[in-house]
Design a protein around this ligand. Structure first.
Ligand code: HEC
Length: 156
């Protein structure tokens, strides 16, 4: 590779990195696979989190039951002020954003992780967390679906 090509690759890598650090991908891939999510959780989350019913808080709060629960409410864990004061529920949408960039959802949080960039990986992790909770979250209606057609307006 000549020096010019090198420079091009470097610039590409730098700009891709910058874009990755900023943009939040709202994509929620369908059909998350909890078994693969468990592997990802072990690799990417388990240094700080446990998710089993009998687990406990560590560097991060216990995540058993976090899916579908209000954020910042695991007993005995010392959250950052902003997460502690949060009033939203951990829906798939919120989790999808959180694992990409926690501070984009709650400023001043103290969780840092390399962004989970692949939509399918995020869906798998969310599916895994879903199996470690008894909470139910109303699924967001598919964006493509329009509300049922209103009775045809009469032409006069
Ligand atoms: C380096 C440690 C670390 C890693 C790695 C990490 N977390 Fe966290 N996580 C934290 C900390 C610390 C908090 C609490 C943040 C605060 O209070 O601001 C947290 C909070 C959370 C919460 C909010 C829980 C609640 O009770 O509201 C969720 C959900 C979560 N993490 C999911 C994940 C997932 C999924 C991964 C892996 C993709 C992950 N975390 C990786 C440290 C980590």
């Amino acid at each position: 590779m000549g020096p010019k090509a090198y420079a091009a690759v470097l610039i590409f890598a730098l700009s891709a990195g910058a874009a990755q650090a900023q943009a939040i991908d709202p994509t929620l891939a369908p059909g998350g696979d909890p078994a693969h999510g468990e592997q990802l959780f072990k690799q990417r989350c388990s240094t700080c989190h446990q998710a089993d019913k009998t687990g406990k808080n560590g560097v991060g709060p216990l995540l058993y039951g976090a899916y579908g629960r209000m954020a910042g409410k695991e007993p005995g864990f010392t959250y950052s002020d902003n997460l502690k004061a949060a009033t939203f529920t951990w829906t798939p949408e919120k989790l999808n954003q959180w694992v990409q960039k926690p501070a984009s959802l709650v400023p001043g949080v103290k969780m840092f992780l390399p962004p989970v960039t692949a939509p399918k990986d995020r869906a798998d992790i969310i599916a895994y967390l879903k199996t470690h909770s008894t909470n139910v979250v109303a699924e967001a209606p598919p964006a493509a679906k329009k509300p049922a057609k209103k009775a045809a307006t009469k032409k006069s």
